[in-house]
Design a protein around this ligand. Structure first.
Ligand SMILES: Nc1ncnc2c1ncn2[C@@H]1O[C@H](COP(=O)(O)OP(=O)(O)OP(=O)(O)O)[C@@H](O)[C@H]1O
Ligand SMILES: [Mg+2]
Length: 345
């Protein structure tokens, strides 16, 4: 683990404290002794590819499956010893959409209000409040199946909040949403954090989401926690300070080798034919040398850009693999086919 591994120190009490938590399925360890703390009021992100163990972690923290070893204390209660107390204080949005499509938005919320023993006299008020919070008031009587994907996700967020929980667990709240709906959900979650004094733990594949939304991020890979810190700490913990992206008008074998030797370069990643992503300590010097090199060789650059390090680079650094927004699902699917769960890299 890196210097960023300890994350930020905090004076606030912990909403979640997970200590060397393990989940075994037979011989297979889906979670291999993970520890982290989430402070009250924090938005904490679990980031990782398919099969990393994110949902398994959430299921243990939310009492849905037993812990094999280690412990998790949520809202002051040990999940193994006081699951009922934990359940009363948390809201959970599972990975799959689970609201009943044949019921109206309001009816879906009412079922949950009853399930969570919200007193009769308070149900209507709570339902009106959460519908307002997720901007669905005018859709309250609409059958759920007529809502768009983003609206359904927002309804599920409302449903998870109907009993006024203190800690909110969201498993991939925006997977499958179009970019506009995704941003609407982010805005909603930010607003909820501010107005309801909620602690949130969410999982995501989306770097941008983690970067924009989370106070701190834990990168999970193959059941291990490989990095933990604020988005800024994580970005700073990666060697390169800048990312240079270059596209040559033709692919040539020597590009990677030549790029590696430019000043400041710490890594060179081929993206597609003639297209390279370069991590460098000095974007300006690397770029200058790169342009000179191309001129000397009589080669043409079709595009060149310099940016700051992103969480994508952090992910590559800690897991040795790429995780890109829109390409994530198909890419993950091919990894899943190539790698059996027990594989160690
Ligand atoms: N009930 C189970 N029995 C056996 N193995 C399981 C079970 N549930 C999960 N696993 C395995 O545990 C590992 C972690 O799964 P998990 O669902 O936690 O991953 P994830 O990070 O949530 O992935 P995704 O991004 O696809 O949701 C996977 O290899 C999965 O196949
Ligand atoms: Mg999952």
């Amino acid at each position: 683990m890196s210097a960023a591994a300890n994350g930020m120190a905090t004076e606030r009490p912990d909403a979640i404290a997970v200590e060397k938590i393990v989940k075994r399925y037979g011989d297979f360890e889906a979670v291999k002794g993970v520890s982290f703390n989430v402070a009250e009021g924090e938005i904490f992100g679990l980031l990782g590819p398919n099969g990393a163990g994110k949902s398994t972690l959430i299921r243990m923290m939310t009492t849905l499956i037993p812990v094999s070893a280690g412990k998790a204390v949520v809202a002051g209660h040990n999940v193994a010893k006081e699951p009922d107390e934990v359940r009363r204080l948390i809201g959970v949005i599972p990975q799959a959409l689970t609201s009943d499509p044949d019921l109206t938005a309001e009816e879906n919320l009412l079922i949950y209000a009853k399930l969570y023993s919200v007193p009769r006299g308070q149900r209507e008020k709570n339902i009106a409040e959460v519908l307002e919070a997720v901007d669905l008031t005018k859709w309250r009587s609409a059958p759920t199946k007529t809502l768009s994907g983003g609206m359904r996700r927002r309804l599920e967020i409302a449903r998870g909040l109907v009993h006024n929980p203190r800690i909110f667990f969201l498993d991939e709240p925006t997977t499958g949403l179009d970019p506009v709906s995704r941003i609407a959900v982010w805005e909603m979650l930010n607003k909820l954090k501010a107005t309801r004094n909620l602690t949130m733990l969410l999982t995501t594949h989306y770097m941008e989401e983690a970067d924009k939304l989370c106070d701190r991020i834990a990168i999970v890979d193959h059941g291990n926690l490989v990095a933990l810190g604020t988005p800024m700490e994580l970005k700073n913990s990666v060697a390169g300070a800048n990312v240079v992206e270059v596209q040559f008008d033709r692919e040539a074998e020597q590009w990677k080798e030549r790029l590696t030797h430019l000043e400041g370069v710490t890594s060179v990643q081929p993206e597609s034919a003639g297209f390279y992503r370069i991590l460098t300590k000095s974007g300006s010097r690397t770029t200058m040398q790169l342009v000179e090199m191309a001129a000397e060789l009589g080669e043409t650059l079709t595009s060149l850009s310099v940016q700051n390090t992103t969480l994508d680079d952090v992910f590559v650094h800690y897991t040795g693999r790429q995780l890109r927004d829109e390409q994530v699902k198909p890419m993950m699917a091919s990894w899943a086919m190539l790698q059996r769960p027990g594989d160690q890299r």
